[in-house]
Design a protein around this ligand. Structure first.
Ligand code: HEC
Length: 161
């Protein structure tokens, strides 16, 4: 519970950072602090994605035995993935705080956007399948979801400084 509240606070701060960008008109004109806040915000979201993936991985190998728990994780994962997808303003690549985001995210924007869309879509697939109690479809979507992490990280995520 305490962790959750902290997560929400971080996300609120991140949102303010994103809003500061919009007001500045361009990310490059956002203050260094605002840019670092966005990086921290998306790392917190990604970190949560990682934890939820672990929980769902265990659940998936148990055949989603505890359907209620799996549904909760999948709904949270879908929501977190959707929010993470909106945290990539230009000017937040490696060199900004502890960002591990490669500059290619912005020079190959169309590809990055496709990878992000595949990620959110697979997360949605797991969520919807579990909500409908379709365990084997959920497993397929979950396996696809795992592939989207690797594919995007290989192309667009460097080492965290
Ligand atoms: C479309 C691209 C993309 C997809 C898909 C993606 N990631 Fe990431 N992820 C990134 C990038 C880029 C970073 C580095 C962000 C930064 O440091 O600013 C990152 C960072 C992370 C981090 C480190 C967060 C931290 O604390 O620094 C974790 C954990 C993570 N991702 C897990 C996952 C998992 C698990 C999946 C799949 C379920 C996934 N990611 C899917 C691009 C992606």
């Amino acid at each position: 519970m305490r962790m959750n509240r902290r997560g929400v606070m971080l996300c609120t701060a991140g949102l303010l950072g994103v809003l500061a960008f919009s007001h500045a008109g361009s990310a490059q004109r956002g203050t260094a602090n605002a840019r670092i806040t966005v990086v921290e915000h998306r790392q917190a979201l990604m970190d949560r994605v990682g934890k939820l993936m672990k929980a769902l991985g265990t659940s998936s190998s148990n055949g989603f035995d505890d359907l209620g728990a799996a549904r909760q994780s999948a709904a949270a994962l879908h929501d977190t993935a959707s929010r993470a997808a909106r945290t990539w303003p230009a000017g937040t690549a490696v060199g900004t705080g502890k960002s591990a985001a490669k500059p290619e995210i912005w020079t190959q924007k169309a590809r990055f956007d496709r990878e992000m869309a595949a990620f959110v879509s697979a997360a949605r697939g797991v969520n919807v399948a579990l909500a409908q109690g379709e365990r084997s479809a959920a497993r397929q979507h979950f396996d696809n979801l795992g592939k989207t992490c690797k594919s995007c990280h290989t192309a667009f995520k460097g080492k965290k400084p």
